[in-house]
Design a protein around this ligand. Structure first.
Ligand code: T4K
Length: 368
């Protein structure tokens, strides 16, 4: 057994010297936070990179999503999926809204657009779909439904940094999209997040909400929070953004290697990337069918862990089964999500994961 522990991911970081150079001016200016020059430079660079009209930066993705829901002054029910990280549902609930869970598509694991309309009531105000693993939702179908029923659409694009369909970036769909820049993401600012939108009025509200609802020194208009991205976070972002193409290319090489070993194997299902999509290779999810393999996902998880390889069951359990929600919801209402959550493993994936380790991981999986 190798003593080297391999985790599901490992944060990408610039050379220390690059970061030190980037933060030198912060030591001169003593401007550490509250939308300083690094923050503004990063916002501008990200607007260009993501090809979006407007962007607001936040201390983390969760606060970005939560404050975005508040900025849109929503009330009532929000249709979303349970196959996601805790943040998506928590942001809805913490904003005083009621999540209504829709099942997922069996191939992309994003919201099943054929099941949305049946969940719409006179209380529905919005849809919060998730581009899970960087797989884009069926944005066209969602758009049609939203227009028909006059609903807002806020995408949880936490995983979709840099993903495009037909050249259109993930930040351009719906009323707004939230990205996460957490340490575990394709692009990180240590912690961080953003909301992209085309209506500048959303930006005015977001800027106010992320800074305690303060409009100016003598006016507090909203019950806001503190969700500002600080200068050291922004500096990390400026460095990491310079290397983003190399980061994504290296991740692609890791994914290609996984595919070479695991594609077309009985009982093993991989996500396919549509030809019109430019992906970011954020995650490598694999669904294991125990009826064909004779082994469960948990058996494979354990076989890997015995070799110091720590894959993750993203996203198990489903949100409805969390202690804080299970009294109100049942995961039986979303059978496809339940099926996938019980069988999926996301395999280790990061830019500098040696390809020989990918070979070893696949050997263990195939032997199991
Ligand atoms: N929506 C969705 C769909 C999301 O997936 C997330 C976050 C959000 C919203 C909210 O965005 P943020 O508020 O986080 O910006 C991790 C991340 O903490 C979380 O950001 C992410 N989703 C989620 C899918 O994964 P955990 O609890 O699994 O993290 P943890 O600490 O177990 O880390 C996983 C592995 O990453 C570690 O084994 C090693 C590696 N790692 C971790 C950290 C913290 C590093 O290499 N460096 C690090 O600094 O949630």
């Amino acid at each position: 057994m190798s003593n080297n522990k391999i985790y599901v991911t490992r944060s990408s970081m610039p050379d220390m010297s690059e970061y030190v150079e980037e933060i030198a001016s912060i030591f001169q200016s003593h401007l550490l936070t509250n939308m300083g020059p690094k923050h503004d430079e990063l916002a501008s660079n990200l607007t260009d990179y993501l090809e979006v009209e407007h962007i607001s930066l936040f201390s983390n993705g969760h606060m970005a999503l939560e404050l975005c829901l508040q900025a849109l002054s929503l009330q009532g029910e929000v249709i979303t999926t349970p196959f996601t990280f805790a943040s998506t549902t928590h942001a809805i609930v913490r904003s005083g809204l009621t999540p209504v869970f829709c099942d997922i598509d069996p191939d992309t694991y994003t919201i099943d657009v054929n099941k949305i309309e049946a969940l719409i009531t006179d209380k529905t105000c919005a849809i919060v779909p998730v581009h899970v693993y960087g797989n884009l939702c069926d944005t066209e179908a969602i758009d049609k439904i939203a227009k028909k029923y006059n609903l807002k659409v806020i995408y949880d694009a936490a995983h979709a940094f840099g993903v495009k369909r037909n050249g259109v970036g993930a930040g351009s769909f719906g009323d707004a999209s939230m990205f996460s820049f957490h340490a575990t993401k394709v692009f990180n600012t240590v912690e961080g997040g953003a909301v992209c939108y085309s209506n500048p009025a959303i930006g005015d509200k977001l800027h106010c909400l992320r800074n305690f609802g303060i409009l100016d020194q003598e006016t507090v208009s909203d019950v806001g929070a503190n969700a500002k991205m600080n200068e050291f976070q922004a500096a990390m972002g400026l460095c990491n953004l310079r290397h983003i193409e190399e980061e994504i290319a290296k991740r692609k090489a890791v994914c290609d290697r996984y595919r070479k070993h695991l594609e077309n194997k009985e009982g093993i299902k991989l996500c396919t990337i549509p030809s019109d999509v430019t992906h970011n290779y954020a995650y490598f999810p694999v669904v294991f069918d125990e009826t064909k393999l004779g082994k469960t996902r948990n058996d494979i998880f354990t076989s890997l862990a015995k070799e110091n390889i720590f894959a993750r069951k993203y996203f198990y359990p489903l949100v409805q089964d969390y202690d804080c929600y299970k009294d109100r919801y049942s995961s039986d209402s979303t059978p496809t999500a339940k099926y996938i959550a019980n069988r999926v493993l996301t395999l280790p994936l990061y830019a500098d994961l040696p390809l020989e380790e990918v070979d070893r991981i696949c050997r263990i999986i195939l032997q199991a």
